[in-house]
Design a protein around this ligand. Structure first.
Ligand code: HEM
Ligand SMILES: *[C@@H]1O[C@H](CO)[C@@H](O)[C@H](O)[C@H]1NC(C)=O
Ligand SMILES: *[C@@H]1O[C@H](CO)[C@@H](O)[C@H](O)[C@H]1NC(C)=O
Ligand SMILES: *[C@@H]1O[C@H](CO)[C@@H](O)[C@H](O)[C@H]1NC(C)=O
Length: 524
């Protein structure tokens, strides 16, 4: 046999394998279809729903987060609020869920495991398995080791650091205000990075002032990694940081680990095992990643909504005056001395919740398995032997069956009594997910966003500047040709120019160009 024949045989065999796999896959989807599982029109044996989705995507801006396209598609399945989408071979076959009770089945009653997709996506970022990707006992062990660092008491200890970072954010806004159009997203992200580095590693990176801070941040992780070296570690971890008050997530995790391994017979400074050290760095990298974009885009969206709702802005400013007095400088001091005042800002909390409802930055995906199924509100059963399922927050949070006036910004939803028609149905509000795999960082998020707002909302007027930005932006040659051939690009989603993009953690379009000016609030 010549090598040409050998290569041909190999090619044919490979092609045969691919075709057989394709056939097996599409037969399974076809079976589900015949069983009555809802799916978008246009499915076919060769391409599944790829072309259907492709057609939809074209009606959106090019950098839109595909989740918004799915949420749009979801509106056509209001009779089930669950439907199947088949994007094989690009994605595992997927049930799209925006039925609140089915979401509870997935995350709370069944607590279905995470899929392998999680690890594939996260590994380049974290280096290995982490809290988001793990399952079973391994997840349980790590979660209990890491919980203390995110507890109310631990985050309470970090409040002075958060206040310091938020004050820097305030300074930066003041400094940048005269520059014309600025990116609020960029400034908010720098503050968030500052906070997350401090809380997880006890490191001061001062990302808001220095430009190569990302390099420094990564340097810290490396340093921290070697700091796990048993020779150098334990004493400095426990000894020095304990004295300086607020202990980082990393320190608290070491302590929890040592407490659990008290009796492993090794001397104290030799008890950290190397695998543990390596795995812990994956977790730390996860925190930097998970706590970064989600929190910063939420801060930007709060400002976005306030800019469109001046009456809400006014109410929030009045609340801050009432709780912290009219002097913003003293607000920072008060926050450090009496962090419990944060819980008195009921309207501020309501605005943040309503923002997270309208612009949720995350979601969840869960694996199926033999015999696993979920049920919709009409009693239809969806077998998950072959498919996994994702909860799309942008669709659950706008589900018109459970949310009156779903697209309207109404902080009152959070403030009304339980018998009021606006009162939310709890399973339908899940920005941090629900059940055992909910977000570990929630307490930090609440403190951080509230503090940032308390120190800036009365000081600045922030208005989006998309029109100006679009008008003055330099358009590249490629884009000009594209517009000539395909027509003007779509620039909004449901009329919103600050739509969520596919930049990790759903940052607002184009970094939220805006104008910042000093507010007249305090002098009036
Ligand atoms: C507005 C801000 C945030 C939102 C809306 C948010 C939302 C979520 C959601 C929806 C999940 C479930 C993910 C899944 O099932 O795949 C999650 C999990 C998680 N989040 Fe957050 N998050 C935020 C900020 C943070 C911060 C600041 C941190 C930490 C530093 C963090 C750390 C984590 C971790 C470690 C998990 C995995 C928990 C587990 O499986 O045990 N998040 N978050
Ligand atoms: C939170 O910290 C403040 C001081 O910053 C302290 O007075 C208060 O007791 C702490 N609360 C909790 C629950 O740890
Ligand atoms: C945080 O987000 C910003 C903007 O998306 C990004 O440039 C930065 O690398 C992120 N940092 C980490 C640690 O993921
Ligand atoms: C799109 O949005 C979802 C949450 O709605 C988020 O989990 C995901 O990371 C975003 N996609 C990208 C590519 O950033």
């Amino acid at each position: 046999m010549t090598w040409i024949a050998a290569v041909s045989v190999l090619a044919l065999t490979t092609l045969g394998t691919i075709l057989r796999k394709e056939y097996v896959h599409h037969s399974k989807i076809n079976d589900l279809r015949k069983q009555g599982v809802a799916m978008p029109a246009g499915w076919n044996w060769i391409t599944g729903h790829i072309l259907t989705l492709q057609k939809r995507v074209q009606q959106f801006p090019p950098d839109v987060n595909v989740t918004l396209v799915m949420a749009d598609l979801a509106r056509e399945h209001s009779d089930t609020e669950i439907f199947l989408i088949d994007l094989w071979p690009f994605h595992l076959p997927l049930l799209i869920v925006y039925e609140p009770d089915a979401a509870v089945q997935m995350t709370t009653n069944l607590n279905l495991p995470k899929t392998s997709v999680h690890l594939t996506m996260m590994k380049p970022i974290t280096g290995g398995e982490n809290l988001i990707t793990m399952n079973g006992q391994e997840w349980k062990n790590w979660r209990s080791l890491l919980n203390p660092g995110f507890s109310t008491a631990a985050i309470n200890d970090s409040i002075p650091h958060i206040v310091k970072s938020a004050k820097l954010f305030q300074d930066k806004l003041k400094e940048k205000a005269p520059e014309g159009i600025i990116s609020l997203d960029d400034l908010a992200t720098r503050m968030t990075m500052d906070v997350i580095m401090k809380v997880t590693l006890g490191a001061d990176i001062d990302y808001q002032r220095s430009d190569n801070a990302l390099a420094r941040a990564l340097g810290y992780i490396t340093k921290w990694h070697s700091f796990w070296d048993p020779q150098a570690s334990v004493n400095s971890a426990i000894g020095s940081e304990k004295r300086s008050g607020g202990r980082s997530v990393a320190t608290l995790a070491i302590e929890a680990y040592l407490a659990e391994n008290k009796d492993n017979g090794l001397p104290q400074n030799n008890r950290l095992n190397k695998d543990f050290a390596r795995d812990a760095t994956y977790q730390i990298r996860l925190f930097l990643f998970a706590g970064n974009d989600t929190t910063s885009s939420t801060i930007v969206y709060v400002y976005h909504l306030l800019s469109q709702h001046p009456e809400a802005l006014k109410t929030m400013r009045q609340e801050h005056d009432k709780v912290f007095g009219t002097n913003i400088e003293s607000a920072a001091q008060l926050l450090i001395q009496r962090p419990a005042l944060l819980s008195q800002c009921k309207f501020t909390i309501a605005v943040i919740k309503e923002t997270l409802r309208l612009y949720p930055p995350a979601g969840t995906m869960r694996a199926g398995g033999p015999g696993v199924s979920i049920t919709d509100y009409c009693g239809n059963v969806y077998p998950m032997d072959y498919v996994c399922a994702t909860i799309i927050h942008q669709a659950v949070h706008l589900n018109p069956r459970v949310w009156p006036q779903p697209r309207k910004f109404l902080p009152d939803r959070i403030l009304v009594n339980q018998d009021h028609e606006l009162y939310p149905y709890p399973p339908a509000f899940r920005p941090f997910e629900q059940g055992p795999r909910n977000c570990i960082g929630q307490t930090l998020v609440w403190n951080e966003i509230q503090i940032a707002l308390i120190l800036t909302v009365r000081t600045f007027d922030i208005t989006p500047a998309y029109e100006e930005w679009d008008a003055t932006r330099k358009v590249g040659l490629l884009e000009r040709w594209k517009t000539r051939i395909m027509g003007e690009l779509v620039k909004t989603v449901h009329g919103d120019r600050a739509y969520q993009t596919d930049k990790a953690g759903t940052h607002p379009a184009d970094g939220y160009p805006c104008r910042v000016s000093l507010s007249k609030w305090r002098s009036s």
